[in-house]
Design a protein around this ligand. Structure first.
Ligand code: SF4
Length: 480
């Protein structure tokens, strides 16, 4: 039998008094623009990805991982476990945006429901720090007909009833500090498993059991809501316009996720790479295996003993993806920067950022090499910058001079100039690769891909491996 969840009672300021939102009412007033809506939807997708990957035994608490999802439009995080009134409002909007989007995709309902249920479970878990009375009040505010057992009755049944420890699957030696009396039909999942005590037609559930019941009720509610939305909203033209915008956000997000997976694979394979980059071989490796964008940054750093923000970010993340360890990276940057600034300034202003890239500071999420698409299309370099894709951001004279300097044959330079004119910058990069390495990749998606292909080629040549097979295999793994 389904639980009939009703909207929460309101406090004076119109906000729900208790943290977890069961999303029973859509936002009924106010307005947001399209950019804000897209941003909130994206935050929810990011939270979905975080929860999907989150491991219970992770050293970083889920709350800080979720809080690291930053939005350009809002400083608040709409999926916080401890939301303020404003965050709760944004959370509600982002939930309903996601609900509209996923309603049109029945094939994604299971993963969407799983995410919302899991998020609720974590939020309810936070209620552990509330007293049993507060949990009871929360349940009543949503019309859950669960009664907190009075103390005297609790003491009495403790002597008589056998309770169950769900984790061990054994009769529990101690029972939960609080027991809720729940209508028998709402606890069928426990009855079916024969893991519940029953008294006078009521199932006796612990606070942990109660969380499961609420989450299941919420999932059923969400399932019905998705079915309703799928039938009714698809006919509404305003919703269709909104859906089209959300669809672009979803596809872009999915593409980024795929790219991350490809990079992770490459990074894993780099652990086995014969080229572990260190302070002694890094100049040779950068000359022989870095793509032109990163080689230019490396050489600029050596020459000027400094790189501006985006240069540090692009080269730093690339080096991490190429397998440079955190310690080696710190020493590498220190060696150059301290030619111009004192070591304590380096320690204070720059070391933190390097550790941040390696996931050792801040939100503790390591960053991978930026994709070609991002380097080409975002953060165009200014006159004092060295970052960017040479095939796009260098003028022709400057590009030709770089290519000659890298010993590119004249015919290939003409091809690359032509590709630049056609704005097919990554194709120009593939031609550059062929001109210097003799094999042309089908596409170039990321500077780290360039590095790994190049390093693998040299390794295989040295070891007389049949190179063509290796290239095909790597290309295939990147296609996945
Ligand atoms: Fe670097 Fe990519 Fe441009 Fe090649 S195409 S130079 S790898 S940004």
């Amino acid at each position: 039998m389904e639980l009939d969840i009703k909207p929460a009672k309101k406090t004076v300021d119109g906000d729900s008094k208790y943290a977890p939102n069961l999303y029973l009412e859509p936002p009924l007033s106010g307005s947001i623009n399209v950019d804000e809506a897209e941003d909130l939807f994206r935050q929810r997708l990011e939270a979905m990805a975080v929860l999907k990957d989150f491991r219970i035994n992770s050293q970083v608490p889920l709350n800080s991982v979720l809080m690291s999802i930053k939005s350009s439009a809002y400083s608040a995080n709409c999926v916080s476990l401890y939301p303020t009134g404003e965050q709760r409002k944004l959370d509600n909007i982002s939930h309903f945006l996601a609900r509209i989007y996923f309603a049109m995709h029945p094939e994604l309902w299971d993963s969407y429901k799983y995410f919302e249920k899991r998020l609720l479970k974590y939020r309810l878990g936070e209620l552990n720090c509330f007293s049993a009375d507060k949990l009871a009040a929360f349940l009543q505010s949503f019309n859950f007909d669960f009664e907190l057992m009075p103390r005297a009755e609790y003491d009495e049944i403790k002597k008589t009833y056998l309770f169950w420890n769900h984790k061990s699957g054994q009769a529990a030696s101690t029972i939960s500090e609080s027991i809720f009396k729940v209508n028998f039909e709402h606890a069928l999942m426990f009855v079916a498993k024969r893991s519940v005590a029953v008294k006078d037609g009521f199932a006796l559930l612990s606070t942990e059991d109660i969380r499961s019941v609420i989450c299941d009720a919420f999932e059923q509610h969400l399932d019905k809501a998705l079915r309703w939305a799928a039938q009714t909203l698809s006919l509404n033209s305003k919703v269709q316009n909104l859906y089209s915008n959300l669809d672009l956000v979803y596809k872009e997000f999915e593409e980024e996720q795929q790219e991350k997976k490809r990079l992770t694979k490459m990074e894993e394979s780099s652990q086995k790479s014969p080229f572990s980059i260190n302070m002694f071989n890094i100049d040779r490796i950068s000359r022989d295996h870095y793509p032109p964008c990163m080689r230019h940054l490396h050489e600029s750093l050596r020459k000027e003993n400094h790189l501006r923000h985006h240069g540090r970010l692009y080269l730093g993340t690339f080096m991490r993806s190429a397998g440079v360890t955190e310690q080696e990276a710190i020493e590498f940057w220190r060696e150059e920067f301290t030619k111009k600034i004192p070591n304590d300034k380096f320690e204070r202003d720059y070391k933190y950022n390097i550790r941040h890239l390696y996931g050792k500071e801040g939100h503790r999420k390591a960053l991978s090499s930026f994709s070609c698409e991002k380097i080409i299309n975002n953060n165009a370099p200014g006159p004092a910058d060295n970052h960017g894709c040479p095939f796009k951001h260098f003028d022709e004279t400057h590009l030709v001079s770089l290519l000659k300097n890298h010993n590119i044959a004249d015919a290939d330079i003409e091809y690359i100039k032509d590709a630049k004119q056609r704005k097919t910058y990554t194709e120009a990069c593939c031609e550059y690769f062929k001109s210097t390495r003799g094999v042309k990749p089908e596409e170039m998606r990321n500077p780290a891909q360039f590095y790994h292909l190049s390093a693998r080629l040299e390794h295989d040549k040295v070891n007389n491996v049949y190179v063509k097979d290796e290239i095909d295999q790597l290309a295939e793994s990147m296609e996945e």
